[in-house]
Design a protein around this ligand. Structure first.
Ligand code: ZN
Length: 84
């Protein structure tokens, strides 16, 4: 599975249960949480996917493939209006 952003804990559970063998993501959750408006909500699930699944059977393989600012760009306008 290739995804723009590190899956949240809910998605991590679904990915694990579905048997997907590898997840590659461009933007780490901690970097998403650095955006104004995102910090409040992303902090609700602070555990990165890799930590949540650590201690399991090693599947899925989880790989962070950083893309720099390009990975953050699509999120900026969305999270601007999400401040509480
Ligand atoms: Zn999710």
């Amino acid at each position: 599975m290739y995804t723009s952003t590190e899956p949240c804990l809910m998605c991590a559970g679904a990915i694990y249960l579905s048997g997907i063998g590898r997840v590659v993501y461009a933007l780490a959750a901690k970097d998403l949480a650095s955006l104004p408006g995102a910090s409040d909500r992303v902090r609700m699930v602070p555990t990165p996917m890799a930590e949540a699944l650590a201690g399991g059977d090693g599947r899925p393989e989880i790989r962070h493939q950083p893309m720099g600012p390009a990975a953050l760009e699509p999120h900026i306008d969305y999270w601007k209006g999400q401040s509480r």
